[in-house]
Write a protein of this length. Structure first.
Length: 212
């Protein structure tokens, strides 16, 4: 990434980054993720757009093994009482296997850092809170990839179990957890993300008019 700066190379580097970034659910537990890199990622996250530039995000950075284990317990319980059945019928088998590895087989627990991305509803009206938080969260994922780290965006904890997360992290009542992002060095090289060709999701002028 040291070649950033000249036009074409910069474009190619961005294209590589954005087309290779994908969910990582098993991390090298021995590899460090220094605060300096966490700060860089969150700096990149906070350059995202937000409604009226309200910047309603708050990031709780968790290293504590106790808290990460508690997250793992909550997720395992959810998996056992219906989460696995839901994902099995909703997702292709390969995606199910990836998610199962992260939750039931403890892959996500190997992440040295979890960032819980929150929205402060004192600073943004609720209808715009998600649209103001997820661009920042995506910047966080891309920044992690840029710095050579794996990441996984999750919302199970911050939706179904939001109250437990709120208690664990002492969130004030106006601060809503929106995503749990697991970060660390990937334990193994990830393949390319599986995505449909963009044109299959594009419509020319009106819906249903094929792009091609
Ligand atoms: C809104 C949202 C919620 C997600 N929640 C979870 C989750 O709870 N657990 C998990 O392991 N992955 C979660 N993911 C990651 C998706 O499973 C992943 O982005 C998708 O399967 C594509 O996988 P890939 O990036 O490996 O291609 C979530 C992604 C999004 C956008």
């Amino acid at each position: 990434m040291s070649d950033l700066g000249s036009g074409t190379t910069e474009n190619r580097s961005f294209a590589e980054l954005v087309t290779h970034q994908r969910a990582c659910r098993r991390f090298d537990a021995g590899a460090d993720l220094p605060d300096e890199d966490v700060l860089t990622m969150i700096t990149h996250a906070t350059h995202a757009p937000s409604a009226e530039n309200s910047q309603p995000w708050e990031f709780v950075v968790i290293r504590s093994i106790e808290t990460r284990r508690r997250f793992g317990d909550i997720m395992s319980e959810a998996w056992a009482i219906g989460g696995a059945d839901y994902v099995r019928q909703a997702a292709p088998p390969t995606v199910y296997a990836d998610i199962e590895d992260g939750i039931a087989a403890g892959g996500l627990l190997t992440a040295p850092v979890v960032v819980v991305v929150c929205a402060d509803l004192d600073r943004v009206a609720e209808p715009w809170s998600a649209a103001s938080i997820y661009p920042a969260t995506q910047n966080l994922l891309l920044s992690a990839a840029y710095l050579g780290y794996g990441s996984c965006l999750t919302t199970g904890l911050t939706t179904i179990f939001a109250d437990q997360v709120r208690d664990l992290l002492s969130l004030p009542s106006t601060v809503v957890p929106m995503a749990g992002v697991y970060l660390g060095r990937a334990a193994r090289r990830l393949g390319l993300p599986r995505r449909d060709p963009a044109a299959t999701h594009m419509h020319r002028e009106t819906y249903g008019n094929s792009w091609t």
